[in-house]
Design a protein around this ligand. Structure first.
Ligand code: GUN
Length: 290
């Protein structure tokens, strides 16, 4: 078994991004500027946004957090999005999800200028991705593609099984893995909560991508020998023995599945850090696209 070390791969890519930013500045170009809008006090969201901002600092990118109270109205948040759309100094921005229940994720996502949508969530950018046109790929799927490339994992003709059909992971990665390119050219099966006999399907996977948010859902008896596993799930469970007060769990029972896998990404330190560098890459792309 070979570990898909997202932490190490992300650190390598960060160095490359830092080098590109240095060159851009030397040529008199603009310092890329990413803004993260964070609404409310969701612990996981605060951790993710802080990690994104820290990554910006590391590569010489400017970053700003806009924090809004969870009582902010939808119309106030839409006004903020409009302000960011019109601010020429800001190259890209994200609105961290989930949003409080009284605000529509969909409305907010659609209000973001597609040219600044470095999360790649806007319908225009999703449409471009579907047509294989250059665009911002959603960060987590983009991170998985980069791990596949860096570890030279063969995808051509493989059966890729995706578990979970979310619009930010399962659905886009299914499309990307079936594209006529590398990584891609897989036969893809997208499974979800209504899938019958899931185990029969996962047992036929050469590549298994799991993004459903159920801790240790995939067990060793559900995979075949030699499978390549990407574990996207991150669930926090209270754990007093940890300094942070919680322990992170992936969607895959790592201990059992690693015995059969040829490659497997751990949680933490697998897909998570790759998601963050994808956001940096998209922001750099947004800056250069100006
Ligand atoms: N919530 C969980 N993942 C993401 C992400 O990649 N982007 C945003 N904006 N919110 C998220």
């Amino acid at each position: 078994m070979q570990l898909l070390d997202g932490k190490k791969t992300a650190a390598d890519i960060k160095e490359e991004v830092a080098e590109e930013i240095k060159l851009l500045k030397l040529k008199g170009g603009k310092t890329p500027h990413l803004v993260a809008v964070l609404v409310g006090n969701n612990g996981a969201s605060i951790t993710y946004v802080n990690a994104k901002i820290a990554a910006c600092d590391k590569v010489g990118m400017q970053s700003t957090i806009v924090r809004l109270h969870d009582t902010v109205t939808e119309s106030e948040l839409l006004d903020k999005v409009e302000e960011l759309n019109n601010d020429a100094d800001i190259d890209g921005f994200i609105v961290q999800l989930p949003l409080p229940k009284h605000i529509s994720d969909k409305k907010v996502t659609e209000a973001i200028d597609p040219k600044k949508d470095v999360d790649g969530f806007h319908p225009w950018n999703i449409g471009k991705m579907m047509l294989n046109l250059p665009t911002f790929l959603p960060a987590t799927p983009f991170g998985i593609l980069q791990l596949i490339e860096r570890y030279n994992i063969e995808t051509n003709g493989k059966h890729c099984v995706v578990v979970g059909r979310s619009s930010i992971v399962g659905s886009p990665i299914s499309n990307l893995m079936s594209r006529n390119s590398y990584p891609g050219n897989c036969t893809v099966t997208l499974t979800h909560s209504r899938t019958v006999n899931l185990k029969e399907i996962t047992l036929t996977a050469d590549i298994l991508i799991v993004a459903l948010g159920k801790p240790e859902f995939i067990t060793a008896d559900m995979v075949k020998e030699g499978v390549v596993v990407f574990d996207v799930g991150i669930t926090r469970k209270a754990d007093k023995s940890k300094k942070s007060g919680y322990k992170l769990y992936g969607d895959v029972d790592f201990k059992g599945v690693q015995e059969k896998a040829s490659f497997i990404s751990p949680v933490p330190g697998g897909v998570g850090p790759m998601t963050i560098v994808s956001l940096l890459k998209n922001t750099l792309l947004a800056t250069k696209g100006k």
